[in-house]
Design a protein around this ligand. Structure first.
Ligand SMILES: [Zn+2]
Length: 260
């Protein structure tokens, strides 16, 4: 009897240790074909905000989200986060999700150890601000991804707990297209207003809706202009006839499935 009990305990603890989360091999995860997120209704919007936390952009973005009662997912850089833990704390306390976006936005990793160390240095800084019930997420800087990176991540003791990389279907700013991004708007200078950029985001979300797909929106908290954009965008969306729903990025069924 004692032996059976011991065996059961060993079996249970072994299965607990073998819980594997996953980096997808696909650069455009979590999308299936046509930039659709399977199992998510078209009125769902995931706001994701990258490249902070910065004093110029993050407090303004948090203020706007608080004003509208909307939660977002912040993909932060380790080198920004380490200098501003008070902004991570604010994200956490206000119900946002803090996620990993590398240490200093590297798109090129010359070795396995450079990739692991960029993600792990960031992980060590952000881990205290991620609630246990949330899933640890990673977004690749510039969306640059390959199977080599996914296998390094999946074979690492800590990084294998992550799900990613998380791509986007709004705010990509593809060259020569109408698919505006906030950084592209601000770079263009004269003639571009916060409203014109907010309208572009709005059109991209509506276009997804008309194609029966949810929106995973890419934004940045580097300049306060992006916070003004989000203010206009949320005001516009809330006046719509569509009952838009805002969720954290770890809420997608495919992410939950990968995290099992
Ligand atoms: Zn970025």
């Amino acid at each position: 009897m004692k032996k059976t009990f011991l065996f059961l305990v060993l079996l249970l603890s072994a299965s607990a240790w073998s819980i594997q989360k996953d980096f997808s091999r696909s650069m455009t995860f979590p999308f299936s074909s046509g930039y659709k997120i399977d199992g998510v209704a078209r009125n769902v919007i995931y706001l994701t905000i990258d490249d902070g936390p910065t004093p110029a952009g993050t407090p303004a973005m948090l203020d706007v989200l608080l004003k509208h009662g909307v939660k977002g997912t912040f993909f932060v850089h380790g080198d920004q986060a380490v200098r501003r833990p008070y902004l991570l704390e604010r994200m956490y306390l206000e119900g946002h999700l803090v996620a990993n976006h590398s240490y200093s936005h590297q798109t090129d990793f010359p070795s396995k150890s450079s990739f692991e160390s960029s993600l792990m240095r960031t992980h060590d800084i952000i881990a205290p601000y991620i609630a246990p019930e949330n899933i640890m997420l990673y977004r690749a800087p510039g969306g640059v991804w390959n199977t080599w990176r996914s296998s390094i991540g999946n074979n690492h003791r800590v990084l294998s707990e992550y799900v990613g990389p998380l791509f986007w279907n709004v705010g990509g700013g593809k060259p020569g297209s109408q698919d505006d991004a906030d950084w592209k708007c601000w770079r263009r200078g004269n003639g571009v207003t916060v409203s014109s950029c907010a309208n572009s985001y709005y059109r991209q979300i509506l276009s997804n809706y008309s194609r029966n797909q949810a929106s995973l929106v890419l934004l940045h908290d580097v300049k306060s202009l992006s916070a003004r954009l989000v203010d206009e965008l949320l005001t516009k969306l809330k006046r719509d006839r569509v009952d838009w729903e805002f969720r954290l990025a770890d809420d997608m069924p495919i992410v939950r499935q990968m995290a099992r």
